[in-house]
Write a protein that binds this ligand. Structure first.
Ligand SMILES: C[S@@+](CC[C@H](N)C(=O)[O-])C[C@H]1O[C@@H](n2cnc3c(N)ncnc32)[C@H](O)[C@@H]1O
Ligand code: SF4
Length: 459
């Protein structure tokens, strides 16, 4: 039984990045414009990985869940949706000629907002354009995030027939009281019916998403939610720690009146989930994912080849450089990040004028690529080998240590707290250390502590 001492919670519950990218998105700058994006895309043809990952952002949601930290646009305006989809198609057609036609698509991810707020003909239109514009690898991963309150069985069948082979359902909690408190619609069709349908198709896998730390949740009630999830048996389960940033997401302030869960109770919720998932045969992956042991993520973790991008965990085989389409989409290339316009109208207008909508971005230095690698390995594989890193970057180990913020003293504090084992070979994060992996990663980040950057707390 993993038991996290209270003093570690007090010590490490400080604001740190989630490191879905390095440098984190709040370091992206406005000096990176459409011109730099075009140059980065052309350059990306020379960089590895060669595969192409495509991210499609659908910002629309019919109703705002107060906790939501995603990039959304709350509307039921059908004209706006169809104009947006026309712009999205235009953006795909503008990018296509910049990419080397020999590169193949290995991954397509539809995120939001709520992609299933679109009709099946609308999704089909985009999928057909992608299939006609790019060559795909033999078994690409085609994933979509869905709000189950807006799903029915015919819709799910259509998604599977369109080639979606991973469907994520945002459950958040099975308690109607919790869902009502956070203003989230309650699904009319039981989640288990969708899971059975997807699994019985034999063509797609299913993820269930949950959030812990929402008002009215307790360690006991969230345990009951996870118990129910285990009975349903998804292929993967994700438990996000509620990220409370009301200065950025104003509606989150509403939840403060309902009473937020304190850090130590939140941690007990995760501890409990972690034990329950492990005892039922799931492999913990990274910060918040759990997968069946024969799942490719679990296998990649064993082989230390797990990888991560803004869309979640992936394997080195499936991932590629990510090209994002739609509002707020972040392209993640080997040498740069580029984020699209935030507003739907601004996006539609720029694309209609034949411009990419790059609003900000970042060009990585070779030192930052090294730091990114170290942070990714620690966060995903819980292990960094200094020899392998030196070989990968064609540097001496001593040069690596100079370039990352290698601090013996800081590492020994983590070792004394039982969070990691440091040896001349490398660093191994212990099982206890996994709960504080963001803090460990941050110790290699020279930019941490820069003024004006806001992060959610570690726990
Ligand atoms: C784009 S949303 C999901 C798609 C769909 N709109 C839905 O709600 O089911 C992706 C996931 O992010 C998680 N999420 C949203 N806001 C969050 C927050 N503030 N903290 C932690 N996780 C959050 C939720 O679990 C959600 O399912
Ligand atoms: S949680 Fe999902 S449905 Fe709710 S507002 Fe956020 S993106 Fe939309």
């Amino acid at each position: 039984m993993i038991n996290i001492p209270e003093y570690l919670v007090d010590k490490y519950n400080v604001p740190v990045p989630r490191y879905t990218s390095y440098p984190p998105a709040n370091f992206f700058g406005k000096e990176y414009t459409e011109k730099e994006y075009r140059e980065s895309v052309i350059r990306s043809n020379q960089d590895d990985p060669k595969n192409i990952s495509i991210y499609i952002h659908i910002p629309f949601c019919p109703q705002l869940c107060y906790y939501c930290g995603c990039n959304t646009h709350i509307t039921r305006n059908e004209a706006m949706k169809s104009n947006y989809l026309e712009a999205l198609k235009q953006e795909i057609k503008m990018l296509r000629p910049l990419l080397d036609p020999n590169r193949k698509v290995s991954q397509v991810h539809w995120g939001g907002g709520t992609p299933n707020s679109l009709s099946i003909p609308q999704i089909t239109g985009i999928m057909e354009l992608l299939k006609n514009s790019f060559t795909f690898i033999e078994s690409p991963e085609i994933a979509i995030e869905c709000n189950p309150a807006h799903l029915d069985h015919a819709y799910v069948d259509s998604l599977i027939n369109l080639g979606f082979n991973r469907i994520s359902l945002g459950v958040q909690d099975f308690s109607e009281d919790v869902l009502n408190t956070v203003n989230r619609e309650i699904p009319t069709i039981p989640i288990e019916n969708f899971v059975i349908q997807i699994q019985e198709s034999g063509k797609a896998k299913v993820n269930l998403d949950f959030i812990y730390g929402l008002p009215h949740q307790t360690v006991k009630s969230f345990g009951q939610t996870i118990e129910k999830a285990l009975q349903i048996g998804p292929d993967r389960l994700v438990t996000f720690s509620y990220a409370h940033v009301p200065n950025i997401k104003k509606s989150q302030a509403i939840l403060e009146k309902a009473g937020l869960v304190g850090p130590s109770e939140k941690l007990r919720m995760f501890e409990n989930t972690y034990e329950m998932m492990k005892n039922n045969g799931y492999t913990p992956i990274g910060l918040d994912h759990f997968a069946k042991p024969d799942d490719e993520l679990a296998i990649a973790l064993n082989n230390k080849t797990l990888h991560r991008n803004f869309q979640g965990y992936c394997t080195r085989e499936t991932t590629g450089q990510v090209y994002a389409f739609g509002t707020t989409g972040i392209s993640q290339l080997e040498s740069a990040y580029a984020q699209n316009a935030k507003t739907v109208n601004g996006y539609i207008q720029a694309i209609t004028e034949g411009r990419f909508t790059t609003e900000k971005g970042y060009l990585l230095t070779s030192r930052q690529k090294l730091i990114r690698h170290v942070i990714n390995e620690i966060m995903c594989n819980y292990f960094i080998s200094w020899e392998a890193t030196a070989n990968r970057f064609n540097l001496q180990q001593s040069e690596i240590f100079n370039l990352i913020r290698y601090d013996e003293e800081q590492l020994s504090i983590f070792s004394e707290d039982g969070l990691l084992i440091s040896s001349p070979v490398g660093i191994t994060v212990t099982e206890l250390g996994r709960f504080f992996v963001r803090n460990i990663a941050a110790s290699f980040d020279p930019a941490i502590g820069q003024a004006g950057k806001t992060f959610s707390k570690a726990l």
